[in-house]
Ligand binder design. Structure first.
Ligand SMILES: *Cc1c(COP(=O)(O)O)cnc(C)c1O
Length: 822
């Protein structure tokens, strides 16, 4: 927190933080807001009461922050994201407002253990993985570095499904985070906005018959109701708003239909509204293309845009100044329909001409691309788009005409270029390309790591980049050190404070002062003790959730992330199978004891990903049940990986698995969490791994495998996995064991197709990287055997990760994209 900021915003409220007075407030709240006395209060009641007491302090800062932004006419940032993967809020808010320890003491005087009640808070799992977690880290960092910001998204009734294993197979169960109410949110009925769908477009002409404007007459609509959650920055620097929309039926329409006897029609409207915000689509890096998804996208984008315009008009009375006072950021293409909605509002509602509206839009919007995977690039059939959003379809055509006009004027642009930059894909069924729409309307398009940004210029946006060469820029992702170090790893945080003082809490760059302690034997021992304690906590959790006992003195080798073929959990499992085989063949070698831990959910419709989970569980059962490798190798798959589980697993890791096929992981953020917490990375030169290597140094990371360039070359020039497999005895052996049913005696053919896929095409180049991966793992073993050396490397990882703080990322967005002072 810088000096200027502390003087701009008044200090936190004078309300007492004395534990005795806090305890009284908790009791008061329990009595008068919850209606219970202490003797009958449940643990949930205590949780709610504690949150409400802290919430009162948060609200004061919230009101101050909102007023300050208004009074100073500050430019505001609007972050539009279909997903916010927040996790629990209590520890984050208590800690950032500076009340965690006082509240711990206050509750203790009442006989309540804060950790026990903290564990009752459900995870807000309104996201799938990295993209949603990034949005959550960004919200916290924007509040911390004092950027006036609103996050906008959807208040899903059911977040990401709960995962259980039944005989090793993934089973999806509904997630119900709102069961006990949500003490963090405030319903804002007064911010209700009607959102239309379908219908027709009418042209209004003037007296001379000239087109004056278009009027969209939707044939049905729903009400968007706002729910606000405060987002507290570090030390309460500022409190921003996360505004999530929920859909309700439009009562008058329903009533009219009901009274007219159309009971079924009325119920259909009501069900439609309810369905809109009921569930989060559970696929990561894959677009299913269902119409309900497009409805969700339009619903939250339109509600957010109308809210933004309402706020701007309320303060400034006109819209020409919108780009000076508002930066609207699209987290991937899911909110790209917001472009057409802003154009519609500017032209059809507020009377601006196309050129003015287009200029305002381009100066207001920015867009972040998150993936190059073809199956994740969003496009909608023109037929569906037109039926659902007829006016927006016209606007997309008008924007396209403008873009194609600019392209034709550009020297060297051929028909092939024109086809590739068009907002409408013409191969096969005509489709609206949301990436091209977002690109065309944005003054800034950013990738999320240096490598990903380069590849973006070479691949998906090659031709748009030729047309608009100053738009693409890089903003390497980051993570918030508050949640991912201070809260998740209090042991390490205390140790670092002891060593270098408190400066790094406010300025993470200062953590680099830890570097010199890498050579300090006494410090290394303390660092090892912290890791050991974190591993014991993890071992307890593993036993609770899976029944497996794991030994905290073994190396914890962890791969946690969504299950996806490009992330190559299969490569890791194959290595485990090969290692298992080697240990059995050479039982007397001095093997390094390892526990391989997995966690992650597969999209319910992703067949191979679910099969990979089953394989990991089958392999786990075989290995863990074999006395000949006992104490040397264990495999444990933790069910229901989520943010709260990551907060326990990450600090316990010795080795971080970041082994995607090079060129396919845009950035990764899991990789950053691990390295910050003193794990050594084994990884490919992919995404942010490339920059992690530059920061921690070549000696403190283990890199293996094909580069992105080599992957592209091999894909282009006849890759033959069969020959590679046949040339690797270890791989052949592992594959034939799996394929022939060694791990699935109940169904020997279970993995036949999965393994045949590796022989026949192996899209993700598992075979090509297998030997290099095994060799790198044996190098890791060698490093582990020299414990002081391992610890030095681990400490250097923690000391050198400051660059990957989302505070740095957000400052770059603020300065280079949003034009907001920080
Ligand atoms: C950080 C995080 C992710 C992203 O992990 P990657 O390894 O970058 O894919 C996904 N899920 C959760 C719960 C996370 O905390």
């Amino acid at each position: 927190m810088n000096q200027a900021m502390t003087t701009e915003l008044p200090r936190p409220s004078p309300k007492s933080s004395d534990p005795a007075e806090l305890a009284e407030e908790v009791l008061y709240c329990l009595t008068y807001r919850i209606g219970k006395n202490a003797s009958v209060a449940t643990r949930h009641d205590w949780l709610t009461a504690a949150i409400q007491v802290v919430r009162d302090r948060v609200i004061e800062r919230w009101i101050e922050s909102t007023k300050a932004a208004y009074d100073t006419k500050a430019k505001r940032v609007y972050y539009l994201s279909m997903e916010f993967l927040i996790g629990r809020l209590m520890r984050d808010a208590f800690s950032n407002i500076g009340m965690l320890e006082d509240m711990r003491k206050a509750l203790a005087t009442l006989g309540v253990d804060i950790e026990t009640i903290a564990a009752l808070e459900p995870d807000a799992a309104l996201g799938n993985g990295g993209l949603g977690r990034l949005a959550a880290c960004f919200m916290e960092s924007m509040a911390t570095v004092n950027v006036p910001a609103h996050g906008y998204g959807i208040r899903y009734v059911h977040g990401l499904f709960r995962q259980e294993f039944s005989d090793g197979w993934q089973v999806e169960l509904p997630e119900t985070w709102l069961d006990h109410g949500n003490p963090w949110e405030f319903e804002r009925r007064e911010r209700s906005i009607e959102i239309g769908f379908g219908g027709t477009v009418q042209s209004v002409t003037d007296a001379k018959g000239r087109l004056e404007r278009h009027v969209w007459k939707p044939n049905h609509s729903v009400i968007a109701v706002a729910y606000d959650t405060p987002v507290v920055g570090w030390r309460g620097a500022r409190v921003n708003t996360l505004r999530l929309w929920s859909a309700l039926p439009v009562d008058p329409i329903m009533l009219a239909a009901f009274n007219a006897g159309d009971h079924i029609g009325a119920l259909r409207e009501s069900n439609m509204a309810e369905a809109l915000t009921r569930v989060l689509y559970p696929a990561d890096s894959h677009i299913e293309g269902q119409e309900l998804r497009l409805r969700q996208e339009y619903f939250f984008s339109a509600a957010s845009l109308q809210d933004i315009i309402h706020r701007h008009l309320g303060q400034y009375g006109e819209l020409l100044s919108l780009p000076d006072k508002a930066a609207i950021h699209m987290n991937d293409t899911h909110p790209a329909i917001a472009v057409a909605e802003l154009m519609r509002l500017l032209m059809d509602v507020h009377g601006h001409d196309f050129d003015t509206a287009w200029d305002i839009s381009k100066r207001t919007f920015a867009y972040t691309n998150h993936t190059l995977l073809p199956e994740a690039l969003e496009s909608w059939p023109v037929t569906v788009f037109e039926r659902l959003l007829p006016r927006h379809m016209q606007i997309v055509y008008a924007i396209n005409a403008q873009v194609l006009h600019e392209a034709r004027a550009k020297e060297g642009f051929t028909d092939a270029h024109i086809r590739s930059i068009s907002l409408i894909g013409e191969d096969g069924e005509r489709r609206v390309r949301m990436g091209n729409l977002a690109f065309a309307a944005s003054h800034s398009i950013n990738g999320v790591s240096a490598l990903h940004t380069d590849l973006m210029k070479q691949t998906v946006f090659h031709d748009l980049h030729m047309l608009y060469p100053d738009r693409i820029n890089n903003k390497t992702n980051g993570i918030t050190p508050r949640r991912w170090m201070m809260q998740a790893n209090p042991g390490l945080t205390s140790l670092v404070r002891e060593a270098i003082g408190d400066g790094f809490l406010d300025d993470i760059e200062k953590i680099s002062e830890l570097d010199k302690f890498a050579d300090d034997a006494a410090f290394r021992e303390k660092f090892a003790a912290v890791k050991r304690a974190n591993k014991e906590r993890m071992a307890t959790l593993a036993h609770e959730r899976t029944g497996a006992w794991i030994d905290p003195s073994a190396m914890f080798d962890i791969q946690i992330k969504r299950i996806h073929e490009y992330k190559r959990q299969l490569l890791n499992i194959l290595e485990a199978v090969a290692l298992y085989d080697q240990i059995r063949s050479n039982p007397d070698k001095d093997w390094v004891p390892r526990v391989k831990l997995f966690g992650g959910k597969a999209a319910p419709s992703y067949h191979n990903a679910k099969l990979i989970i089953k394989l990991a569980n089958d392999v786990s059962r075989a290995i863990n049940g074999d006395p000949s490798v006992r104490g040397l190798l264990k495999v444990v798959f933790m069910p229901n990986y989520n943010v709260s589980m990551a907060e326990v697993m990450v600090p316990s890791a010795d080795l971080s698995e970041q082994i995607s096929t090079a060129g396919l992981e845009a950035s990764g953020t899991g990789n950053m969490k691990f390295a910050l917490n003193g794990a050594i990375t084994i990884g490919t030169l992919d995404g942010a791994n490339v920059e992690i290597k530059e920061c921690v140094g070549d000696d403190n990371i283990v890199i293996f495998g094909l580069t992105a360039e080599e992957v592209a070359e091999r894909r282009a020039g006849g890759y033959e996995p069969r020959a590679i497999i046949e040339g690797s005895p270890e791989l052949s052996q592992a594959l034939s064991a799996i394929s022939s049913g060694v791990f699935s005696p109940d169904d020997p053919n279970r993995y036949r197709d999965l393994i045949d896929g590796l022989y026949n095409h192996d899209w993700f180049m598992v075979a090509a990287d297998f030997d290099a991966f095994c060799k790198a793992q044996r190098e890791v073993d060698q490093l582990w055997r020299n414990s002081p050396q391992w610890l030095s490397k681990a400490i250097r990882n923690t000391a050198r990760m400051a660059f990957f703080s989302s505070d740095r990322t957000i400052r770059q967005y603020a300065r280079e994209i949003w034009n907001v002072p920080v």
